[in-house]
Design a protein around this ligand. Structure first.
Ligand SMILES: C[S@@+](CC[C@H](N)C(=O)[O-])C[C@H]1O[C@@H](n2cnc3c(N)ncnc32)[C@H](O)[C@@H]1O
Length: 269
């Protein structure tokens, strides 16, 4: 695709979907957009752009491709085991109540995984879980607690399947007691205001798509949003290195802590 066509298409996408394409890794984003234009528009960028403005189904499919909503319960089980056995018990020992934010939560598998672990630790009643995503099309299913299919559930043990899930005609749902523990809201990591005083922020498999300077800015905002001693849990391929780790203490695995003695906090724009 010619650069001029790509730039024009990008402007149209930003206008129609309010997604800041420039904040995401350039090559990766361009490759994905070009592949979609080839498979859904025969490679003709101008015609594709026209179709996007008129064809709602195509626009929805295109948005799904851009936002990559892939998720599953207990995605990367060893890291959730670490959360269960080391990180959460330590946080629960120090704090009477926990405030948790699952940022970029997709269809809800991640925050419900957190709710399961907290229930198993007997701490769900003293925990508040906020789950957010900027893609408003994922939130109704997340709020409904399903339906989820076999690929979503492959990390669930039979005991958890029995205790926390219920089968209905259109698929599997989390039980209502779990569903009631998670609050969902729309939030864009690039433009929405961040909350404060979180004990745990879980943000996995989205930082990897951001440009390095954008990733760093997001990590700084997370740091300011954590309480001193609070922990961020990131994705397996998103390890913090060099400048990114500044102000965070590595806790092993995919966990980093805002130091307990960091009382001043970091000022962010
Ligand atoms: C691959 S999924 C990760 C879901 C879950 N965290 C996990 O690891 O299984 C990436 C999610 O990031 C969301 N996302 C992408 N850009 C975002 C942004 N700027 N603000 C908030 N969410 C975003 C997408 O909508 C998608 O649901």
């Amino acid at each position: 695709m010619q650069d001029a066509h790509y730039d024009q298409l990008k402007r149209t996408i930003m206008r129609l979907l309010t997604i800041d394409i420039d904040a995401y890794k350039t090559e990766q984003m361009r490759r994905r957009i070009e592949t979609f234009v080839t498979t859904h528009g025969g490679g003709d960028a101008v015609a594709f752009e026209r179709s996007l403005s008129t064809d709602k189904a195509l626009l929805a499919k295109f948005r799904d491709m851009l936002t990559i909503n892939v998720s599953e319960f207990f995605r990367d089980t060893p890291q959730f085991d670490r959360l269960h056995t080391l990180v959460l018990p330590e946080l629960l020992e120090r704090r009477p109540t926990l405030s948790i934010w699952s940022a970029a939560c997709s269809n809800g598998q991640e925050p419900y995984t957190l709710a399961i672990l907290l229930d198993e630790l007997g701490a769900i009643s003293r925990t508040r879980i906020l789950a957010t995503d900027f893609d408003r099309s994922v939130l109704p299913r997340a709020r409904a607690g399903g339906p989820y299919g076999a690929p979503d559930l492959r990390g669930i043990t039979p005991a958890r399947r029995k205790r926390y899930f219920i089968d209905r005609e259109d698929g599997t749902y989390v039980v209502d007691t779990l569903r009631a523990r998670v609050q969902f809201a729309e939030h864009n990591l690039l433009s929405s205001a961040y909350g404060r005083d979180y004990d745990l922020i879980v943000c996995r498999n989205v930082l990897i798509y951001f440009q390095p300077d954008v990733k760093l800015a997001v990590l700084r905002k997370f740091q300011a949003a954590l309480r001193p001693g609070g922990v961020i849990f990131i994705g397996g391929t998103e390890a913090l290195l060099g400048a990114e780790v500044e102000g965070y203490k590595p806790l092993g695995g995919n966990f980093y802590q805002r130091p307990l003695d960091d009382l001043a906090g970091r000022r962010v724009a």
